[in-house]
Design a protein around this ligand. Structure first.
Ligand code: SAM
Length: 233
């Protein structure tokens, strides 16, 4: 299997890959844990069965795109041991924090692609995921940078392809411009239905999730909104 770093980028990633030097505990966790949970891309023109990544049978596969420090992914994994969790995150400091937590809590049902989620997604089979989480995606507030936002027509088509019928796309943000963008684009996509019957459905965090690092910061100042779209059956 080729190393991910040699895989040709078809899409450009504009975020940070590295922050401050890692402290010893996180560096050790990164060095020791990541090789055991890391997803390597398969050969070109093949696909990767996500269930095969886990050591035990998993009921469903959930994916979190841009997990940051992995707090929500670790929380969901611990509370749902029969679900296989895939996390994608190019920022190695965040990946190292998740590795530390996986080691500290002996979490066995997380696999990580430490790079741009779009690369991995293109190798996953149709209807292979039950849920996709995109929490506090980078807002890219300047109009000329809107094309860098994760949700675009082509990524929505890909999310739609990967979700099983009635599978869920959960998004959250405290950025008003991004909330409107994600809502409008996903609403306009014919393959999704917005699941919200009451105001609490978009004001309250879904029960399986935990407050993320970015939600705690509330940088954009607005209370977070939670959008759940269901892939049409
Ligand atoms: C604003 S942070 C939010 C992190 C986390 N979800 C939270 O709520 O604390 C957005 C994260 O998405 C990651 N990201 C951006 N584009 C990505 C992509 N194409 N694939 C995977 N992760 C991505 C960034 O590296 C960053 O860690």
């Amino acid at each position: 299997m080729p190393d991910n770093t040699t895989t040709k980028n078809t899409t450009k990633f504009y975020g940070r890959r590295k922050g401050k030097k890692l402290h010893a505990t996180r560096q050790t966790a990164y060095d020791e844990v990541l090789p055991t949970i890391r997803i390597d891309l398969p050969e070109k023109n093949t696909s990767l069965n996500p269930s095969s990544l886990f050591n035990t049978d998993v009921k469903e596969i959930w994916m979190e795109i841009g997990f940051g420090d992995g707090g929500n992914l670790a929380h969901m994994a611990q509370n749902n041991p029969d679900i296989g969790m895939i996390g994608c995150e190019p920022f190695i400091n965040g990946v190292a924090t998740l590795c530390r937590d996986i080691s500290a809590h002996n979490i066995t049902n997380i696999r990580v692609y430490p790079d741009d989620a779009r690369q991995l997604m293109s190798f996953l089979p149709t209807a292979s995921l039950a849920r996709i989480y995109l929490l506090n995606s980078d807002p890219w507030p300047k109009t000329r940078h809107h094309k860098r936002r994760f949700i675009q027509k082509d990524t929505l088509d890909e999310i739609h392809r990967l979700l099983q019928p009635e599978g869920l796309l959960r998004m959250s943000t405290d950025h008003p411009g991004l909330a409107a963008w994600e809502m409008e684009k996903t609403w306009a996509h014919p393959g999704f239905t917005w699941i919200a019957n009451h105001a609490d459905d978009w004001r309250k965090r879904p029960a399986e999730m935990v407050e993320t690092r970015y939600q705690k910061k509330q940088m954009a100042g607005m209370a977070p909104v939670f959008m759940t779209f269901q892939r049409n059956g």
